[in-house]
Design a protein around this ligand. Sequence first.
Ligand SMILES: Cc1ncc(COP(=O)(O)O)c(C=O)c1O
Length: 411
Amino acid sequence: MQQGVENADCLSLAAGLVDPQTLPVELVKEAADQILTPETGPFALQYGTTTGSDGLRDVFKDYLSELEDGSPLAASLPAGQIMLTTGSQQLLALVSQAIFNPGDICLVAAPTYFVYLGVLDGVGAQTIPVHTDGDGMCPQALDEKLAELAEAGQLHRVKMVYVVSYHDNPAGVSVSNERRPQLVSTVKKWSQDQQIFLLEDAAYRELHYDGPRQRSLWSYDDSYSRDEDQTVILSQTFSKSFSPGIRVGVGVLPRQLLKPVADLKGNEDFGSTHLSQNIVASVLQSGAYAKHVQRLIDSYREKRDAMLAAAEEFFTEIPGVSWLHPQGGLYVWMTLPDSVPTGFSSRLFEQATSVDKVMYVPGELCYPSSWEERPTNQMRLSYGVLSPADLRESMRRLAAAVNTVLAESAS
Ligand SMILES: Cc1ncc(COP(=O)(O)O)c(C=O)c1O
């Protein structure tokens, strides 16, 4: 954010914002008009409950069932296990406050959502990276890491595994279908003597552009169908698929977490914005939301394609550069030669922002800062905000900056 303010004259591939052109201004206006009648308006403008409006929780349950292709787990989920929050960021923070004591351990995909790394720091958790590739977090690597910690007598400190399961921030990677149940069963395997939660952050679930949709990791947690403690926390949001200004996040919580998280939320705000929850319930119910998401998908797919085409055009000739091809989300993850660090104090960042006037997010922010071997030669490039033409221009500028730095290091 700070760098964005200081480099306001740059084309920004850094901001993870959604596209302002596709924000649902008219839809929200219509929904608000329908809600703000003399009969229903006062109710929507009144305090709600700490866990959120019953109306939206019921509608969300049906919507989740649809997303999970009719999975019986979603259909039988008690609406009382659904909590509405102020964006999913609040859910991530509350859950972390409820679960971690200072010195506890969280295992995270590497790379991962850097804002959540800050939340973990804030609750005093130690963050340990787990090998992650184009199919998401590797279950075997997770198993080995947990075995290592058990061997060292540290398993009791492990409280959570965190995974962004769809088109993640920053790398655009989704956990493969094969790995989804494996990650759940690996966490359960090591939860025999003490509880380890699996926090599934599905923020980009609906921004899916190619291929079949995937069931969530949560849908493989069959303890939700039984009278026992549950493992997976599912976090979703209407920020990416509808509007971040509406600030509605949704969590499906293991029943043993319901009271601790609701107590924390009660102390903080005793309920998120009731009017927003009513607006989201209204557009979900009317079908307007589904049509909006389809329009978004078409628009972001075009931008994703524009960025990938520009990567081909400007980076193919630069030796040692590679990038991932996301099937959804908002980001392309690019790796440069080892000799080109990308951090805020690097020569590349200086060249890109001061001379070529383009900005990106340095990849090293997306790894635990205590991890000494973290890669320093990667970039998160967002195609959310810029137009296809500006995306091409910003990729041209970025390639020029990389070429300048490579030429300097060769001379
Ligand atoms: C992976 C991920 N999770 C959660 C969030 C939080 O979003 P919100 O609080 O708007 O739901 C973001 C926002 O960028 C994100 O990228």
